[in-house]
Design a protein. Sequence first.
Length: 617
Amino acid sequence: MNPFALKITTAWNLGVVNIGRALFYRLGLRFGWNPVKKIAADQPATPFFLPVSSRQMASDLPVPDFDIAGLSAFGLPAEYDLSNGVPDWHRSIITGGIAPRLPWWQIPDFVDGLGDIKGVWEASRFDWVLIFARQVAAGDDDALNNLNAWLQNWCEQNPPYIGANWKCGQEASIRVMHLAMAAHLLGQVLKPTSGLVDLLRAHLKRIAPTIQYAIAQDNNHGTSEAAALFIGGSWLETLFEEDIDARRWRAMGRKWLENRARRLIEKDGSFSQYSLNYHRVMLDSYSMAEIWRRTLNLPAFSNELIDKLTAATAWLGNMVSPDGGDAPNLGANDGARLLPLADTNYRDVRPSVQLASVLFANVRAYSTPGEYDTPLHWLKVPLPDESVSYAESHQYDHGGYIVMRRSKAMALLRYPRFRFRPGQSDLLHVDFWRGGLNLLRDGGSYSYNCDEPWQSYFPGSAAHNSVQFDRRDAMPRLSRFLFGAWPKTEKVLPLKESAEDIRAGAGYRDWKGASHYRMLTLTDSVLTVIDEIHGFEESAVLRWRLAPGEWHWEGDGTNGGYLEGHGCRLRITASQPLFRCELVEGWESRYYSQKTPLPVLEVEVAKAGKMITELSF
């Protein structure tokens, strides 16, 4: 396929309407017809939140021990410059670069010397608003002073609509949701301060004019911005009944919340971004919208939306590791956690699963009390008596996932069902867990704007447990965030479970004619992976990305052999000669902007045939 035909085909797959929306947005900014360049807003003034009376104070709830010198970034502690008592809102926590203070539409997507702009945005997502608010609810007067002082400083340093922190509608939407949840847990929804109202209105004015661009992405931008418009618009409409803008924002938000659930969430619960963390982002956005709907006693969402979110909850619940504290590093991940009310590790998705399960299915996902219940307590959501377990062997064919569970083992097979654009070249990737140990693991994302080779490495085939043909990705890269020539799945072997084992498989043929078929069999003590490969020109490399630690290879490297480590044995056999079989250094990113080394077993062949991997555990 020539490059022009490749781009045309990919554009068609993205959707003509979506391309039109994105193009209209960009042209509107360039030529000035988009109203977002004409908006103006009042500068909000402190206070934003008021003291909480003793009868409103939270009791029997864990209060975060928040040291402002230990703010987090992307789920890990980070060292912000707090020499002025507040973060430098324009300095990147990743590179130290300073973002320009220009009207946001004049700031390019990639600023020289700044690096990844997400390093600037992180402190302005207002996670700290929720931390301070919980301390205020516990009666901490200093926390209230800090909360108002930080918000006042942010407003002074980020006047509407100047600077990088106004550049992204989704970033503005996250701030709206966090402000609303803080007002909810402090009991100040119906009597907010004028400063909070002004801050809210300034954000909604920024989000609404560019919602079509967010919708064109077919991802979490649309769900986040729809949730913010619904929450913020209904809030202002409740306070000011004749507010035409508020009514319009509320209606727009509800419309797109319904639309995005209908389009982006499959019947089996899979989400359009093929990403575990973005799935959580989407689900948390809808959870906050539902909490807000209940708070203001607004009309219920449609049964179709609730059904989709119930399925999406079950999907995320079934991705939790056997020990419960982690989940596969599946798909793109920008480090977002939209509702950080539980003092759990960033990678623990159970608080989101528990909240969504109670809201949309009216059952607990986890019957035993735990830290994952904390968000419900803070948000005043009662826990039902009934519970359900989402952990099961299940095939999500609409999204292209198979989960296999047996005793304390879990295997995940990812295969191409691309109705939406894939974010990573992870075709036929396998994740494997024994309890809480991720023995065979994904590479993660690391960064959306970094130097080579990392920009290509983490989304590429080499960062996944699959077979790479002729040292290229399974899909050609057309731009930073876009792969072309999306393959279709061939020869799907549906999930079959018996008393002896669980079996499933799938295959594909790529744009250059190379084909890969993979079958998994899981018993109580062995995972067997059979790979059949054909159609490549020079070589094929099978990779198993292993849990860090001591692994020892036994064998001569050409006739097969086995690895031992973590109490497991991994054996490779093949129908064709092995050109190379060795342990090499690879890399993984379990937290955004962080990367660490890990051992990778590479098995290289020059002829078509069959390779068999047996992992005994």
